[in-house]
Design a protein around this ligand. Sequence first.
Ligand code: GLN
Length: 240
Amino acid sequence: MDCSHAHSPTLSRLPARRRVTLSAVTSTAPQIGVLAIQGDVREHARVLGSLGAQVRTIRRPSELVGIQGLVIPGGESTTMDKLVRAFDLAGPLRALIAGGLPAYGSCAGMIMLADRIADARPDQQTLGGLDMTVRRNAFGRQVDSFEEDITFAGLDGPLHAVFIRAPWVEETGAGLEVLARVKDAEPRSHRAEHGMSEGPAAGRIVAVRQGALLATSFHPEVTGDTRVHEMFVEIVRERS
Ligand code: GLN
């Protein structure tokens, strides 16, 4: 990793004085926080940095000051929920999101942004913001991890989507815009052969937007295709 690069996720590890100098240089770059208590933080930070964002990893409430957008990575939503509460981040995060802070959640991050969860652990909470119910680990045991080219509203051409024990969106409120679904037109045998979703999974909603909030059931941070993150950075720029 290139530590000298001003957009590098390693920026947060630099001494404070050096960080101030760098942030002055990159003052036009949107400041995007990546919730860094659990999950694939580094992958998101790397993509956002490559798109010109100034990335800040968030582990405590004071680090939220001044961020213009927030990414909640994939990981394990039950663990993430416990840790945001233990680190006193849940309240401030809820307030910022409810107040209009742009946020993007992938997979467990989508669960964290959902107002309601199906198949939640007892006492599991979310940060909320998206008027929807997501079902955890929805794609079932046989196809719990799979990849599929999907159509994503607002992006040209298919998007290769990687699903890892992913949720799907089961019920949506009026203000929620559906951006992508898994396919439903393939014959069953083809889907089974390629490890794709089938049966009750076919056609399920896997990407949504509501105002400044964006969420995907899948992990664009692992594919090298940066278009979903570009869409999010654009939302952050528009709202800043
Ligand atoms: N199954 C996980 C959860 O419920 C999400 C998986 C992921 O983020 N890849 O949080």
